[in-house]
Design a protein around this ligand. Structure first.
Ligand SMILES: [Fe+2]
Ligand SMILES: [Fe+2]
Length: 402
């Protein structure tokens, strides 16, 4: 297939692409420098078929804009096997569409076949740095390219981390050739929710490794926590932090505004894009510096082995925490007699056991509630997808189809 996208390393200020504002995005081509495509929208058949049958919109987007790609399902921090189907379909999507630049999340959300689709914080520990290093290089090999890792918001940290979040990110950068996708809204929210100074956070990060940035809207919840809802304008408090980040990130290529819902009226999206442009172009050149996408070279790093004794503690912790969230029987057993219950997952290391016990119970409970809700909805959603898929096919076959 001939690639429609020939941009080595897209530059400027852009938008996370959503099908329902395709026309509006094209109309504002002179102010939107690039689009970030969510790979899951295309590699998950139901989503593609429902949202963009025949991928007509995708082809138009690729023809009209330089594009980068952003994935969601890697779960690079899970001590377990990477999903090979996810990796191969992502690689195929990137290759077929000539997309050089890819990013994922520095987090975990999928353990023992259960995908929370909500991020959990990787333990900020050296052993986790080593795991992420091996897993990153395995994913890099499968994707055939280095990629960027994004800092995520997390509801609670894994307790008693021996590294700060910033030092954890720095160590991952030291151990791998990843670049950073710095989500400035996530930095703001985490700094408020977990009580640290975001400027000191920047001080400790290798800001020269920041290749991309995200900005997203959010709000403060009634209980005082800050949330990145992706459905509101960028919060006032985030802009000065963004300016600081742009100033410090000498190698940043692009900034993406993320808005998942409430995209209309589109003017409110454009207001944020314009503000971001003003700041970005105050510190970065108007014309894209000529930088090609990072090339791929084999690196001699051992393949990750989840059974490796070195990762046993972290693996047992992740499995037991996930079971607390997803398995009502285990939940009850854990509350009745934790030391006995966790034997099922091999939590024998006292440090990891203590981390498990000290996870914020109220916040773990929120994950439990969300999981139970998703489970209930799952069947209904699957049914709806099926109906939509048939409707889309019918549409293609009909006289008004493609
Ligand atoms: Fe993201
Ligand atoms: Fe983000």
């Amino acid at each position: 297939m001939t690639s429609l996208n020939h941009h080595e390393h897209p530059y400027g200020v852009g938008l996370a692409y959503r099908f329902n504002v395709h026309r509006e995005a094209v109309q504002h081509r002179n102010e939107i420098d690039l689009l970030e495509l969510s790979t899951e929208d295309y590699i998950i058949r139901e989503r593609r078929t429902y949202s963009d049958p025949g991928e007509r919109l995708l082809r138009d987007a690729l023809r009209t804009f330089p594009c980068v790609a952003h994935g969601l399902s890697m779960s690079v921090g899970t001590v377990g096997s990477l999903d090979e189907v996810y990796l191969s379909s992502t690689k195929r999507f990137l290759t077929e569409n000539g997309l050089n630049i890819f990013s994922e999340h520095l987090a975990y959300h999928s353990v023992d076949g259960n995908d929370l689709t909500m991020f959990l914080a990787i333990p900020f520990e050296e052993v986790a740095v080593q795991w992420v290093k091996q897993n990153y290089y395995a994913a890099r090999k499968a994707l055939g390219r280095p990629f960027a890792l994004e800092n995520v918001t997390y509801s609670f940290p894994t307790p008693h981390g021996s590294l700060s979040e910033a030092d954890f990110l720095r160590r991952v950068c030291e151990e791998t050739d990843c670049t950073l996708l710095l989500d400035v809204t996530n930095v703001f929210n985490n700094s408020r929710n977990h009580k640290y100074d975001p400027i000191e956070f920047f001080d400790r990060l290798p800001m020269e490794r920041v290749s991309q940035m995200h900005l997203a809207g959010g709000h403060q919840l009634p209980d005082g926590r800050w949330e990145d809802s992706h459905s509101a304008p960028v919060m006032d408090e985030v802009w000065p932090l963004f300016e600081e980040a742009v100033q410090r990130s000498v190698n940043v290529r692009n900034v993406i505004l993320e808005r998942d819902s409430k995209l209309k009226p589109f003017d409110s999206v454009m207001t944020d894009i314009r503000k971001a442009r003003e700041i970005f172009y105050s510190y970065r050149p108007a014309k894209a510096p000529d930088v090609s996408a990072p090339g791929y070279e084999e690196v001699d790093v051992a393949l990750p082995n989840p059974e490796d004794e070195a990762y046993a503690g972290m693996r047992s912790f992740q499995r037991a925490l996930m079971a607390r969230i997803t398995d009502p029987e285990f939940r009850t057993a854990f509350l009745a007699n934790a030391p006995e219950a966790v034997k099922k997952y091999g939590v024998v290391d006292p440090d990891w056991f203590q981390k498990l016990i000290d996870c914020n119970g109220r916040l773990v409970h929120e994950y439990e509630e969300a999981w139970d809700y998703f489970k209930k909805e799952d069947e209904q959603v699957a049914k709806e997808y099926e109906q939509r898929e048939w409707a889309a096919w019918a549409n293609q076959l009909g006289p008004g189809g493609f």
